[in-house]
Design a protein around this ligand. Structure first.
Ligand SMILES: Cc1cc2nc3c(=O)[nH]c(=O)nc-3n(C[C@H](O)[C@H](O)[C@H](O)COP(=O)(O)OP(=O)(O)OC[C@H]3O[C@@H](n4cnc5c(N)ncnc54)[C@H](O)[C@@H]3O)c2cc1C
Length: 259
């Protein structure tokens, strides 16, 4: 990534939103050139060195850079701030540089990031919506819910680690929020059977752990007759694999799936 594509920001505030979610708000002059109107669910790439530390100066061409992908939870042009919600997993840098950095970040700490990138959203042609995800997708689901037309119908099914990980979400009245606790890899997929399917064509969007993603995808393909154009199901991480390894697995899986 070229230097001019990096943004240098400082932590303005850090807050434990719920037991498993840390919210960091960033500020900095570079955010003046950040596209604040980036679509809901857009992501950025946070940069860490091989020790899991953020960079205090822009990384040199020959430096090792670990990139970790996070959703833009909120970009506020008025206050010039950017909000990112980190799902916390494990203690220590070996459990993951991004999660480790986020839990220890203090106001004034510097972070470099690249982006933003946009990911696929809900299909535009639809009678109702179904959003599904684990806590890594909660920021993307929350941002999408905030942007849906007020008359949207459907469901958001979100798996959480702890009962207190529920958040107050802004959403259309007729989109029901279903929280699923202590989820295993097939819990989100199983919850499909418990949903009262609405009339018409749904648009489905799901993001979660790799095995969960595959279970949801199989369930949608085998048990529900939804055209593939109405479905976007992706993995945001994989158990036992770093983001770099997961990226390779994801590419191979997609190539196989699309056959
Ligand atoms: C488009 C996109 C948007 C994303 N947005 C967000 C977001 O807004 N918030 C967010 O928290 N995550 C988000 N993620 C997921 C995040 O990028 C991964 O969880 C990432 O692996 C975390 O990096 P790390 O350095 O903490 O761990 P890594 O170094 O990548 O992994 C180290 C170890 O931790 C495990 N691990 C990684 N993530 C988790 C997890 N969530 N739970 C349990 N174990 C885990 C891995 O399996 C591995 O064994 C997003 C991913 C994508 C692709």
């Amino acid at each position: 990534m070229k230097k001019r594509n990096y943004y240098q920001v400082q932590v303005q505030s850090s807050q434990r939103l719920t037991p498993t979610m840390q919210r960091l708000v960033f500020q900095g002059e570079d955010l003046q050139r950040f596209p604040h109107d980036t679509p809901a669910g857009s992501y950025i790439k946070l940069l860490f060195n091989q020790y899991g530390e953020s960079f205090t100066d822009a990384p040199a061409e020959n430096e090792t850079v670990l990139m970790r992908t996070y959703t833009v939870r909120h970009a506020d042009a008025k206050t010039g701030t950017l909000t990112v919600d980190f799902m916390l997993h494990g203690e220590g840098v070996e459990s993951g540089p991004a999660s480790h950095w986020a839990v220890n970040a203090k106001p004034g700490d510097t972070l470099y990031f690249g982006g933003p990138g946009t990911s696929k959203g809900l299909a535009d042609e639809r009678d109702w919506v179904l959003l599904m995800g684990d806590m890594t997708a909660l920021p993307a689901i929350s941002a999408q819910l905030e942007n849906l037309p007020a008359d949207t119908k459907g469901y958001a099914v979100i798996s959480i680690e702890d009962a207190d990980d529920k958040q107050a979400l802004t959403h259309p009245d007729n989109v029901d929020i279903i929280w699923v606790e202590n989820a295993g890899s097939d819990t989100l997929a199983s919850s499909l059977a418990a949903i009262r399917w609405l009339d018409g064509t749904p648009a489905v969007w799901a993001a979660c752990e790799f095995s969960s993603m595959r279970a949801i995808r199989s369930a949608l393909d085998e048990q529900f007759d939804i055209p593939r154009s109405q479905v976007y199901v992706t993995s945001y991480w994989r158990k036992g694999r770093s983001e770099d390894q997961h990226k390779i697995d994801k590419r191979e899986d997609l190539a196989q799936y699309n056959g």
